[in-house]
Structures are given as C-alpha cells and as structure tokens.
Design a protein around this ligand. Structure first.
Ligand code: DAK
Length: 238
C-alpha cells in the first residue's frame, strides 16, 4: 500500500507513503486515497480525517509528472476529469471534516490536494506552490478554482503565474493555511482541531460543509441552499 491508515479516538489519519518520491501522487496513490476517503464516509468509527505525508520533508511534492509526459490533449483532459471526480471533489464534499497536516513541500497536485481539504495546518518548514506553468501545463486538479476561493484572485494569480513557492508564514498571512506550528507539534495541532470539531453535532458539521460548498457551485443559490440545510437540521435528532 502507498498509504498508511491509522484510526484512533474517532480520527482517521491517512499518511501518503512514498518518501523516496517525496510522496508524489501517482495513479495508484490517487486510487488508494479515494478508496480510503470513500470508506471513511460510512465508517462509524471515523468522525474526522487528517491527511499528511510521510517523513519530515514533504506533504506531497506534486503529481508524478513522468506518468503523463507523453499524453495527448484528450488523455490530459480525461486524467484531470477522472482525478477531480475520483478524489479531489470527493475530499471537498466529504461529510466528515478533512484536515491537511502540511508537513513540508506541497507542490502542484500536492497543494491541490491540501486545497481540497476543509482546513490546512502547516509546519513551519512547509513550502507551497503551483509550479505547473513552469512545466508548460496548468493546475489540473482544481487549483485554478480552489486557490482563488481561499486566498483571493490576486494572490492566486500571483502564485499560479509566477510558479513561485510561498513559505508557511506567508501562507498563513494570505489565508492559504489556517495555522502554522513548529513541525513537532503539527500532528497534535491537527488532532486538536479535529477534536474541537468532533465536539459538535456530526450532522450539523456535515450540513454546514454542504451549505458552504453550495455557494461555490455553478447555478446554485448559496443562501437558498443554507435555508434548505437549516430547515433540514430540524428534522434530525441532533
Ligand atoms: N514526482 C516524482 N518524483 C519526485 C517528485 C515528483 N513530483 N518530486 C520529487 N521527486 C523525487 C525526486 O526525483 C528524487 O528522487 P531520486 O532522484 O532521489 O530518485 C526525490 O523525490 C527527492 O527529490 P530531490 O532530490 O529533488 O529533493 P530536493 O530536496 O533537492 O528538492 C523539491 C525538493 C520538492 C524542490 C524537488 O524535488 C522538486 O522540485 N520536485 C518537483 C516538484 C514539481 O515540479 N512537482 C510537480 C508539480 S506539477 C494534471 C493534474 C495535475 C498536475 C498536472 C496535470 N492533469 C490532470 C493532466 C499536477 C502537476 C504538478 O503537480
């Protein structure tokens, strides 16, 4: 397996385990992550998910670009579609909160993975960026949409067009990460955040995620979605 899964006190920790490639995302890792997130949705022992990378150098140093260097336009489009449907959108739409513990480089597809999570906590040695344009492509796993949603259009365009990395402090200043902590307290901080969410009604938490996401969906009136979700809350035991 290219991912490690550990369950404790309601929190599922998923660790991407490809340290020799700085945890780069290949098709197998994407498939295994998708399956783990999917199973967690119906696993009653899981109330929150923390996603991180193995080792102390990288969260995920990008997609394994060797895998698609010779792709045609059609294949590239299909890959982006499949990846977004299979993993990135599913993480974002997870009914259980997903927290990225960004423990080092989060580049390209790796940053896009963190962007799909609901909350990002970074270690002080983390460095983040979308270097795709320096490779002649653009972000293909949601980066052009989620980065502007999180940091605003101006900062997102600066990061995407310059292909430059930002350090953890700058990432916190522009809202890319929710908090920066010393590397040794990263996981505990992520767990603390998970536990603070888990004190609340799981139904209300998942409904709130749904309502927030609705505002970013084409053709959906976010305020109307909130009204519907608010009403639906009263139909539940919680
Ligand atoms: N893929 C595969 N292997 C990687 C890798 C990656 N992205 N990044 C690093 N590695 C491997 C290195 O090849 C090296 O392996 P060996 O040579 O030891 O066998 C090992 O990890 C250690 O890396 P370094 O020796 O380079 O370590 P350094 O500390 O010197 O440098 C670094 C760390 C993160 C600055 C450097 O490794 C680096 O620049 N890595 C590449 C970063 C990068 O450009 N990543 C790709 C971003 S673009 C798409 C969807 C998504 C995407 C594209 C298309 N479609 C749907 C079509 C996404 C694209 C990207 O992610």
């Amino acid at each position: 397996s290219l991912i490690l899964q550990h369950k404790s006190d309601g929190i599922l920790t998923i660790t991407i385990e490809r340290p020799q490639a700085l945890n780069a995302l290949n098709a197998a890792v994407i498939g295994q992550l998708a399956e783990a997130v999917d199973i967690a949705q119906t696993d009653e022992e899981v109330q929150a998910i923390v996603l991180t990378g193995s080792g102390d150098k990288a969260f995920v140093a990008g997609a394994d670009i060797k895998e698609f260097a010779d792709f045609s336009g059609k294949q590239g489009k299909a890959l982006a579609q499949e990846g977004q449907d299979l993993l990135f959108n599913r993480i974002e739409r997870s009914a259980k909160p997903v927290i990225a513990a960004v423990n080092g480089f989060a580049l390209g597809g790796g940053l896009e993975l963190a962007l799909a999570c609901h909350i990002r906590i970074a270690s002080d040695n983390a460095r983040m960026g979308l270097p795709e344009v320096s490779l002649g492509v653009i972000p293909g796993y949601g980066g052009t949409q989620r980065l502007p949603q999180i940091v605003g259009k101006g900062k997102a365009l600066e990061m995407i067009l310059s292909a430059k990395m930002v350090g953890a402090e700058e990432a916190a200043t522009c809202g890319l990460v929710n908090a920066v902590v010393p590397a040794e307290s990263l996981m505990e901080t992520a767990y603390k955040m998970a536990r603070s969410i888990m004190k609340n009604s799981p139904m209300a938490v998942s409904t709130a995620i749904q309502a927030v996401l609705a505002g970013y969906e084409d053709g959906i009136n976010g305020l109307q979605a909130e009204i519907n979700c608010f009403g639906a809350s009263f139909e539940t035991e919680d």
